[in-house]
Design a protein around this ligand. Structure first.
Ligand SMILES: Nc1ncnc2c1ncn2[C@@H]1O[C@H](COP(=O)(O)OP(=O)(O)OP(=O)(O)O)[C@@H](O)[C@H]1O
Ligand SMILES: [Mg+2]
Length: 469
């Protein structure tokens, strides 16, 4: 998670003393919003202000407004409506959307996109929007099935000489031991199931269940193997209750977008997506409006039978002013469809030309008929204290130490240009610090950086000065 701060021997050329780039493994990525863990609201839905709850500083109004949206989405009362976040660049609109997605949890679909994503040369603009909307509608499928569930205590493939080929052995069967609270069971399984287990990367100590069809699912790692790391991607689960062989209610969450894709390219197999991928009998390879309608029909049948339940989620369209008039018109139609998700837009434009028109100037570059459907929330600019708090949060999460006075200096920079600029300075400052063999970022490092880099206002002023001497 931390960029390595260890210093290499002093004989190594300076350029090589920079910390190694974070490796690509998931836990070590520090994304711009990774300090945001939620909206930081209390039980009454008010913003917590004394601590940086959820990783958020200030922006109380916008956070509370988003909290209301989260409640409405969870109680399924905001479908087909839209929230518009407006505010100056770097005031936390995208961060708010991240917090909303955290608050909704992993079971409610959240589909983020950027306005400019619609301009693909391969797919129609409206198709891109339609797909995002489908990805934001979840379907929760409940079935009761007979399964074997437990913690894996052993996995022993038994090999036998293959009489057909001269060399090599083949796996004839696998012995898998499963343990639950009530007992243990040894299963003798077909090699194909062993293959499925290897595919799911199952090892001894994992909690799994095996359906009668042979589908294997990993639930998580058993509690007994819990490690002492503070941060980890693993989910730990208790030993399953009851017998190993039992009837279990299985809940699967998929989105309509997943179903469309699976039915357009049926795969065959035993897992849920392959089964769901043969809902509609077609040899299609493309998601068309017709296919969507057919999928809708089957889904509606499931809902009517009580097998499945629709879970409307959220589509987040960042930089919404990048959409053009065709997209906006289509959005109106999408918002009116019976299975519409909640939509959150964000933009940092004031009055702007609506793209795709010659002279239609409208607030935020959005036509008025769509604006009419939006509730608008504004993010506020930050004070120096707030910039300092966010900087401190980021320094903590990036594992950087700041010497006395550095926070104040960077916060002043942030107040002068923007919060994002100040945040951006942290990483290069830490590299200069490590080149200078310092474990913490000092005022000198920040000074040195100001010699190397310019902020936007200074650079623009210098260029215009040289253009008109
Ligand atoms: N109130 C806040 N508390 C903590 N971190 C914040 C806050 N506001 C913004 N940030 C962080 O500051 C950076 C810039 O914010 P963000 O990207 O959300 O701005 P934005 O409003 O989306 O800007 P733009 O209009 O340019 O897209 C991000 O790293 C974000 O996580
Ligand atoms: Mg943004």
């Amino acid at each position: 998670m931390k960029a390595s701060t260890s210093t290499t021997p002093s004989s190594v050329p300076v350029a090589h003393k920079a910390p190694l780039p974070p490796s690509s493994s998931r836990s070590s990525r520090i994304a711009p919003h990774s300090h945001i863990k939620g909206l930081g609201l209390n039980a009454e839905g008010r913003a917590i202000t004394d601590t940086a709850a959820g990783g958020f500083v200030g922006q109380e109004n916008a956070r509370e407004a988003c909290g209301i949206i989260v409640d409405l989405v969870k109680s399924r009362r905001f479908s087909g409506r839209a929230l518009l976040l407006v505010g100056a660049p770097g005031t936390g609109k995208t961060a708010l959307a991240c917090a909303v997605s955290h608050e909704l949890g992993s079971k409610v679909p959240f589909c983020p996109m950027v306005g400019s994503e619609v301009y693909s040369t391969e797919v129609k603009k409206t198709e891109v929007l339609a797909e995002s909307f489908r990805r934001a509608i979840g379907l929760r499928i409940k079935e009761t099935k007979e399964v074997y569930e437990g913690e894996v205590t052993e996995m022993t493939p038994s090999e036998s000489e293959n009489p057909l080929s001269g060399y090599g052995k083949t796996i004839s069967h696998v012995i898998v031991g499963l343990k639950s609270v009530k007992g243990t069971k040894q299963l003798r399984l077909d090699p194909s199931i062993y293959e499925a287990m290897l595919k799911e990367k199952i090892v001894v100590g994992d909690v799994i269940y095996i359906e009668h069809s042979g589908a294997v699912k990993r639930v998580g790692r058993s509690d007994a193997y819990a490690s002492s790391y503070d941060l980890e991607s693993e989910t730990y689960v208790p030993l399953p209750k009851g017998d190993v062989h039992k009837r279990k209610e299985l809940v699967q969450d998929v989105t309509l977008g997943d179903l469309d894709a699976a039915n357009a390219r049926p795969q065959g197999g035993q897992d849920i997506m392959s089964v769901m991928g043969s809902l509609v009998k077609t040899g299609r390879t493309e998601v068309t409006e017709k296919l969507r309608k057919e999928v809708n029909k089957v889904v509606k049948g499931y809902v009517d039978q009580g097998v499945a339940e629709i879970v409307p989620g959220v589509v987040f369209i960042d930089e919404v002013h990048m959409l053009d008039i065709e997209c906006f018109t289509y959005l109106n139609a999408l918002l009116e469809s019976p299975m519409a998700p909640t939509v959150i837009f964000a933009t940092n434009r004031g009055n702007a030309l609506v793209r795709g028109t010659q002279d239609l100037v409208s607030p935020h570059g959005i036509p008025v008929d769509l604006l009419d459907r939006c509730m608008i929330v504004k993010t506020e600019p930050y004070t120096k204290e707030q910039v300092a708090k966010v900087l401190q949060l980021r320094a903590n999460i990036e594992g950087l130490k700041l010497a006395e006075g550095v926070l104040d200096k960077l916060a002043t920079e942030g107040e002068r240009s923007s919060l994002r600029y100040a945040l951006q300075l942290l990483a290069p400052a830490s590299i200069i610090a490590s080149i200078n063999d310092r474990a913490e970022i000092s005022l000198e490092d920040v000074g040195e950086m100001n010699e190397l880099f310019l902020d936007a206002k200074t650079s623009a002023a210098m260029i215009s000065a040289s253009e008109n001497p």
